[in-house]
Design a protein around this ligand. Sequence first.
Ligand code: UP6
Length: 251
Amino acid sequence: RLEQRYSERSLIAGCTLAKKLFILMEKKQSNLCIAVDASNSRDLIRLVEETGEQAAVIKTHYDGIVDWNENTERQLVTLSKRLNFIILEDRKFSDIGNTVRLQMQGVRKWADAVTMHSIAGPGFIPVSSKPVFLVAQLSSAGNLITSEYTRATIEFGENYAQNVVGVVCQDGDFLKFPGLIQLTPGVSVDKGVDAIDQQYTTPEEAVLVKGGDLIVIGRAITTSFNPKLKSEDILAVAALKRALITAKRRV
Ligand code: UP6
């Protein structure tokens, strides 16, 4: 295993936003992507105000916010500059290129990057107006993604590295190219499942076993009594700090 600092990996990355994010993660000493899955603008903005300082990335589902409007967008962008994080809209686009182009209009003004399934093929990736994270694996029980699909998705990422920030992935052994960022969701303070199909691992395991460069934590922070404290506690986990210094990548 070759150990490289995020700043070194930023030199290898093909995508400008990936370069920027590697540097941001190292500088901010954070490998936290916080999923702020609120249902209204007020809760969303409050959660981002409370936790944005700890996060390298704030991940949204803007179509889950009932009163999403231009003011929400403005406030979110202002906070991203003040607290220094990247805004990732987790829209998981999955349609033919022309439709995705239309759907992208909704995120044009405020998102720094978007997530996208690879199911429809790679056609849209090089013409996308936003850098993308490709979904290579899912954390939900019984999902239909095979290892072949995962490998092909990561290949898209390598082939279109100029537009691909990284991959959403559970098993880092698939990812060889250190210029891509592994985003790993399904993380909580404890292992387990939610009431539907989400499967959780711990922050330590997500980084040290699964190989996550950025770990996604949502409800474990956002529904806690004090989201700010919770995000600080999680970031202080020793294993995460260690992993930040050298992000291991098999090459
Ligand atoms: N997410 C997953 N699993 C995936 C891909 N994405 O959970 O494989 C997203 C969800 C949610 C967040 O859409 O926004 O990550 C996880 O939230 P949670 O920590 O509250 O479960």
